[in-house]
Ligand binder design. Structure first.
Ligand SMILES: [Mn+2]
Length: 474
């Protein structure tokens, strides 16, 4: 198949290939986020081409215990490695059912785990083969590796999208590990062009002065200030329009990009403590990925923008729209996706206004937080990240919100500037420890992580978190 995989892992994919070939009634359970939807799209496209009957269901982790397995083959993608399936297996309606897990999250079972099951149980997880699942491969990537065993290399672009959706390129500025092999497949297929560019979001759809105003990580004079951005472009001699059309980052010449780079370098060097200066280039440049089959000036052309559009669908509980687009539908479903993106942005703006306008941000010694009760738990992290870029970037920000339903718990989300992570702080590890101390669970990446904690422990959680950071920030 490919020289990129350890031999035993490649063998596991060949076994998975056989499980698919030998099954006629298949159900896919996939995570309802950009990575999970991408994984579902890859698997569903693969099964369509193999003319295999299948269903697909988008789920959240807490729904797993309620799943009644009653298909010949159940595939779990982008989830289930961290969840106990023994109860589901016990209650299976047909004892000969087969289970295939394609996940990249830290696995809770050991390699070769074999439950009491007449059918077959196969879990493929990169961690079992010494491969990092946070940055080197996504759930969509794992699904693509299975599709590739059938020769469907043209689905590789979705594997790239899923990695970007999981922010696996966020810290290093590029795709690495197996993600890079998947990217190479897509480049070879003529589906993606990978370019070194300014890492400013909105390359295809945002006017350049708007894109610049969203500069995060460090709060600069241009951040959240379009007038300053217009002035900056004027001083650099960069026209905002091409005739009557507003220019986006993708319209700029190399020379113009270089002068923006230098100006950002200058601004940032003035703003950040000296120990961070060496990390500045990593903040402002990185690889970007263009999907060559998509139209220019649409959000589908750029991997970051496409992943945001997919997330907008999932966060409005409408993953089917994104699934159709990923499977190739470019008809009216695109309008639905556009509406959902619009609705997503409107919701975020309104909630940010609510948090900021009401002075809900409270500063502790080493962190800042807001009580976002009422905010949908799926977006409290996104909102925290956007608020961070308007305020004090030197401290991490924590937002929390009630989970709703009858569950007596709070969802906590943390975001911080990448500079803190480059300097060696891993908030994913810290939040895991602190959440555990108050009887909750947590985890995630160094710059984006979260936890669920009991509601009456919120203050204790914040206090412990604050104390754990003493002497660690600039
Ligand atoms: Mn994932």
């Amino acid at each position: 198949m490919s020289r990129c995989l350890p031999g035993p892992m490649e063998k596991a994919f060949n076994r998975a290939n056989e499980m698919v070939i030998n099954s006629e009634d298949i159900k896919i359970y996939t995570h309802i986020d950009c990575d999970g939807i991408s994984a579902g799209a890859i698997l569903s496209s693969m099964l369509d081409r193999l003319e295999k009957d299948h269903e697909i269901e988008f789920i959240t982790l807490d729904q797993i215990p309620d799943i009644e397995i009653d298909n010949e083959l159940s595939i779990f993608s982008d989830l289930a490695s961290g969840q106990d399936l023994d109860k589901n297996i016990e209650n299976m309606s047909t004892s000969s059912s087969k289970i295939l897990i394609l996940d990249h999250h830290p696995p809770f079972r050991k390699l070769g785990y074999n439950p009491a099951l007449k059918g077959e149980f196969l879990e493929i997880n990169p961690h079992h083969y010494g491969i990092d699942g946070s940055f080197h491969i996504s759930g969509g990537g794992m699904s693509y590796l299975l599709a590739k065993t059938f020769g469907f290399k043209d689905l590789s672009w979705i594997g790239v999208l899923s990695a970007v959706g999981d922010m696996q390129n966020n810290l290093s500025g590029k795709l690495t590990g197996i993600n890079k092999y998947i990217l190479n497949d897509a480049v070879e297929e003529g589906l993606i062009s990978s370019v070194n560019d300014l890492s400013i979001y909105g390359r295809q759809t945002r006017p350049i002065f708007v894109a610049l105003s969203y500069f995060g990580d460090v709060n600069l004079p241009i951040t959240n200030n379009k007038t300053e951005c217009i002035l900056m472009l004027k001083n650099l001699g960069i026209p905002r329009k091409n005739g009557r059309k507003t220019r986006c980052l993708c319209d700029l010449t190399q020379e113009e990009k270089t002068s923006i780079f230098s100006e950002l370098m200058r601004m940032l060097s003035r703003e950040v403590p000296s120990k961070y200066v060496k990390y500045i280039p990593r903040l402002i440049t990185g690889e970007s990925y263009d999907f060559l089959a998509e139209r220019k000036y649409t959000p589908l052309r750029d991997a970051s923008e496409f992943s945001t559009a997919v997330n907008a669908c999932s966060r409005n509980k409408n993953p089917e729209v994104a699934l159709k687009v990923l499977k190739g539908d470019r008809g009216i479903v695109l309008d639905a996706m556009k509406d959902l993106s619009h609705e997503h942005r409107r919701y975020l703006a309104e909630r940010i206004e609510w948090v900021e306008g009401d002075d809900r941000i409270i500063h502790l010694k080493n962190l800042q937080y807001f009580n976002g009760n009422g905010i949908k738990q799926e977006v409290v992290g996104t909102i925290a990240g956007m608020i961070l870029s308007h305020g004090d970037w030197k401290k991490p920000i924590i937002g929390f919100t009630d989970i709703g339903d009858d569950k007596n718990g709070v969802k906590v989300s943390l975001r911080c500037s990448r500079l803190l992570a480059y300097d060696g702080i891993n908030f994913g590890n810290i939040i895991k420890k602190v959440a555990k101390k108050v009887g909750g669970t947590g985890g995630g990446h160094s710059v984006a992580c979260g936890a669920y904690i009991p509601e009456d422990k919120t203050n204790e959680f914040l206090k412990l978190f604050d104390e754990s950071l003493n002497g660690r920030l600039a």
